[in-house]
Write a protein that binds this ligand. Structure first.
Ligand code: URA
Length: 422
């Protein structure tokens, strides 16, 4: 076998066999296939795609490129978000489902670009530890029902190496490559029950609905082929999720949501994802799962579990630092808000210091933006549209206001949950 023949075969739109895909992944990991050869193949794949069978095979090979976890719980659930602006869902969802007896052993990432990462957000709670030994991880899941860390073991090294190359070769947006990247990691982390929140819109990895549906179907197929319960929820990411964007601000919003006092969109999303996770993991109807989720969202049990979780990971919930300065952004227009650009708000939050441009950048966990109105709301001239929390780095009113569009006619609130594929 030869990498040049494999590239040639893909160029002729022929299907690669599992042995050929194995040869590529092994060769790339051991260095016999070079970056420039791999990037030629990834570019072909980005342009011409992969068949379902190739994608399932590639996922299996990537999954087996490193360690896999088996924590031994049947009711173990995992949730993955493809990343958005203001997405603090995991911080609400994990303790909420754990309060109902679902086990959550989760690995999360740091933020990069305009999207945030759960690990950074949780680290805005003073003392919160995001790494621990496998033994402690398992013990914590066993004892309190949930644990969340940045990294655990050497899972899917093939994805680490290939993703880094995709990032610099413009091949991140290939649907089969995204499916195999996400699913190999989900499968490796061992959960029997998987819910994926696939964001669609300006602030998301995928902004086209038909591509999002294709990706969802692929991920569901891969999950089922590997005997997992899986559902993929397509959700809107044209405007930020909830009102807060920025690490500590998002944790505070997550805590309020667990006290039953969260923004409507975030609360609805948590109820939907929580229902699916609980129904799959406890093997109960969705109707019953939804009833239990809503109960624990409003009776304080989800919040209590959050406190238990934060304490177990060394955090002090009373210490979530906020930036020293606040500035209100006043509306110069009146009418219905027809658009708040999630991508632009994400970039502005990053400009304040809340996010990274490259993976070694330092971030300021205390800065960010709180929106007072969302798409479909009516505002008058002089209303406070948002508050900016800042330290050294600032943004201008004009920069902020350019993310908004207004309409004299009534604007409907966007539908957050677009579709569910399972
Ligand atoms: N997230 C991943 O983990 N992989 C991708 O390819 C894209 C998003």
């Amino acid at each position: 076998m030869d990498i040049l023949d494999i590239i040639d075969k893909k160029e002729k739109r022929e299907t690669l066999t599992k042995e050929e895909l194995q040869y590529v992944i092994d060769g790339y990991l051991n260095g016999s296939i070079k970056d420039y050869q791999m990037s030629a193949l990834l570019t072909e794949i980005d342009l011409l795609g992969l068949s379902e069978e190739e994608t399932v095979n590639l996922t299996d090979i990537m999954l087996k490129s490193g360690e896999t976890l088996d924590l031994g719980f049947d009711n173990l659930a995992d949730k993955h978000s493809t990343g958005g602006v203001g997405d603090k869902t995991t911080i609400v969802l994990a303790p909420l489902v754990a309060s109902l007896g679902v086990k959550v052993a989760k690995m999360s990432g740091r933020g990069l670009g305009h999207t945030g990462g759960t690990i950074d957000k949780l680290e805005s709670i003073k003392g919160f530890q995001t790494s621990m030994s496998l033994e402690d991880f398992k013990k914590q899941v066993d004892e309190i029902g949930l644990a969340l860390v940045g990294q655990m073991g050497n899972l899917v090294p093939a994805d680490k190496k290939i993703y880094a190359l995709r990032d610099v070769t413009g091949t991140v947006d290939s649907i089969p490559l995204i499916a195999s990247s996400i699913m190999s990691k989900k499968l490796a982390s061992g959960a029997k029950n998987i819910v994926i929140d696939l964001k669609v819109g300006s602030g998301a990895l995928v902004n086209n609905l038909s591509e999002a549906k294709e990706l969802a179907h692929l991920m569901v197929k891969i999950g089922k082929e590997n005997n997992r319960n899986i559902a993929c929820v397509l959700t809107d990411m044209d405007e930020p999720l909830g009102n807060a964007v920025g690490n500590s601000l998002e944790v505070i919003e997550a805590l309020n949501t667990l006290k039953g006092d969260g923004p409507e969109d975030l609360t609805n999303l948590v109820i939907k994802l929580g229902t699916l996770m609980t129904s799959m993991s406890l093997n109960i109807s969705e109707e019953e799962a939804k009833k239990r989720i809503k109960e624990n969202l409003y009776n304080g049990k989800g919040y209590e579990k959050m406190l238990e979780w934060v304490k177990a990971q060394g955090g002090n919930i009373k210490e979530i630092p906020l930036a020293n300065n606040q500035k209100e952004i006043i509306s110069k227009e009146e009418g219905y808000i027809s658009h708040i650009d999630a991508l632009e708000i994400g970039k502005l939050s990053r400009k304040l210091g809340a996010g990274r441009l490259s993976k070694d950048d330092n971030i300021d966990l205390s800065v960010g933006i709180v929106l007072n109105y969302k798409v479909g709301d009516y505002v008058n001239k002089g209303d406070v549209l948002a508050t900016i929390f800042y330290n050294e780095k600032e943004i201008t009113d004009e920069e902020f206001l350019s993310s908004y569009k207004f309409n004299k006619e009534k604007v409907e609130k966007p539908k957050l949950i677009i579709d569910i594929i399972k």
